[in-house]
Design a binder for this molecule. Structure first.
Ligand SMILES: [Zn+2]
Length: 454
């Protein structure tokens, strides 16, 4: 018990309505290489409770979870304590008294960490490894996106972004003059790291004030409008990393009213066939929680038209405070329509550049990081020499999802080195040297962290 409590499971289906707290901790003095034991204390508040281990009530020795899973009757005072000597993993902990029982499943990974993962122990241990929510363990993420592919994007927004060393996402309509006649300028914008993305050919929209009205669109017309612009962008700019999409006017449907429910489904289908993610518009304005993201309808922060720098910054505060993703949706900058002033935008961009703890990324990169982080498979092991070996699996299409992820590895940073598939990679200390950050690139198969080199 000297190493402290590692895991507390709350079994909310407690006995007789009581909550049962199962406290699991390794016993003092054990070495994973010898015969680790784990102590389970079930704080039931009842003197007649008992604790058993394993998949069932009976536990034949050497069956599934090693030697002598022992059930202990609770001593007076209401805490049932049991010690299990095992190198294997129990499937569950069962608590019972007076004929009632409740089973608490122990995730295998938690048990593995208990048995082998205690940091700071003399014996080799398995560190906790997670993917940081944002690259470099930054605090939050911001994306600057621009709709309609208009001149002020090329003449004002692009140069301001470049001045501050940032990049944005430009959703273009390919029938517009600025796209038709200024292709070289769009190519330069892309070459500066900006994302050129799809906003359809004609900007069909349900608003009667905007033509073409998408009420008049058939499914075939809408599909054509999305596909043709995607092809045009791919041909002229290149889209090796895939395209993202923004819904014109934020509308998620089209056609006559009677067809609009069915057409929402078709709209998503056409978008999904040519995009790996899509942004909504004006849906009330909210920070996007990466764990709750709907990839075909990522929320934006709301209307930016006419806002001052401080008003724009205020829109992002919920995202910045909560470590979420704030996606700005702009139209004109210093002109054109639904505009913000060039000064407001310049100040906002300067602020973001001064705050490297905020990850300012294109919309596509925001989605890439979020999706890769969810998809990454990791298997942590120890080598014979005590190094930490992390097997990596990247299930997403690496032509599109090509962004490095930051791993946070909870081992002391001092003297640690890292190699990925045989080549040295940089390590960075985090949390005052208590943890390591290492960037891993899609396709890497094995990361080895050596903490013994001094
Ligand atoms: Zn638009």
């Amino acid at each position: 018990m000297s190493r402290g409590i590692l895991l507390v499971l709350l079994a909310s289906v407690g006995l007789c309505g009581q909550q049962v707290r199962v406290v699991v901790s390794p016993s003092a003095g054990d070495r994973p290489t010898v015969k680790p034991s784990v102590q389970f204390a079930a704080e039931t508040g009842r003197a007649d409770a008992s604790v058993t281990f394993g998949a069932g009530v009976r536990h034949p020795p050497m069956n599934g979870f090693g030697t002598r899973a022992m059930a202990f009757e609770s001593p007076a005072g209401g805490t049932a304590v049991a010690v299990m000597n095992s190198r294997k993993r129990p499937a569950s902990v069962a608590l019972s008294y007076t004929g009632k029982s409740v089973r608490v499943s122990m995730p295998a990974i938690s048990i593995a960490r208990l048995l082998w993962g205690e940091p700071g122990a003399a014996a080799p241990s398995m560190p906790k490894v997670i993917v940081a929510r944002w690259p470099g363990e930054r605090q939050a993420a911001i994306s600057l996106t621009f709709d309609d592919g208009i001149d002020t994007h090329l003449d004002i927004a692009g140069p301001i972004l470049k001045k501050h060393g940032l990049a944005g996402t430009f959703f273009v309509n390919t029938d517009r003059g600025a796209w038709q006649h200024r292709l070289d300028a769009w190519k330069r914008l892309a070459a500066d790291g900006n994302e050129i993305a799809n906003h359809t050919v004609h900007h069909p929209c349900l608003l009667p004030a905007i033509t073409p009205h998408s009420q008049d669109f058939t499914p075939a017309m809408m599909e054509r409008d999305i596909l043709d612009s995607a092809r045009d962008i791919e041909e002229k700019i290149g889209a090796g990393r895939g395209l993202t999409f923004a819904y014109p006017c934020g509308n998620l449907t089209f056609g006559p009213l009677a067809d609009q429910a069915r057409n929402t489904l078709l709209f998503f289908k056409y978008v999904a066939e040519r995009s790996f993610a899509a942004r909504g518009y004006g849906a009330g304005g909210a920070a996007q929680d990466p764990d709750e993201m709907s990839v075909l309808n990522v929320t934006d922060l709301g209307v930016t038209e006419g806002k001052s720098f401080s008003e724009l910054l205020e829109m992002a505060q919920p995202a910045l405070r909560a470590g979420l993703w704030g996606v700005y949706g702009f139209h004109g900058v210093g002109g054109d329509w639904l505009s913000v002033s060039a000064d407001s935008f310049d100040e906002l961009t300067a602020y973001l550049a001064r705050h490297p703890e905020i990850w300012t990324a294109t919309f596509g990169d925001g989605v890439r990081y979020i999706q890769e982080r969810k998809a990454l498979g990791m298997e942590v092991a120890r080598t014979g020499s005590g190094a930490i070996e992390i097997g990596l699996k990247w299930p997403l299409d690496q032509r599109i999802f090509d962004l490095p992820l930051t791993l946070r590895i909870e081992v002391p940073a001092a003297g640690a080195t890292a190699r990925a598939d045989g080549s040295a990679v940089a390590v960075q200390a985090a949390e005052g040297g208590k943890a390591l950050l290492v960037d891993v690139t899609p396709g890497m198969v094995k990361l080895v962290i050596d903490t013994t080199a001094r």
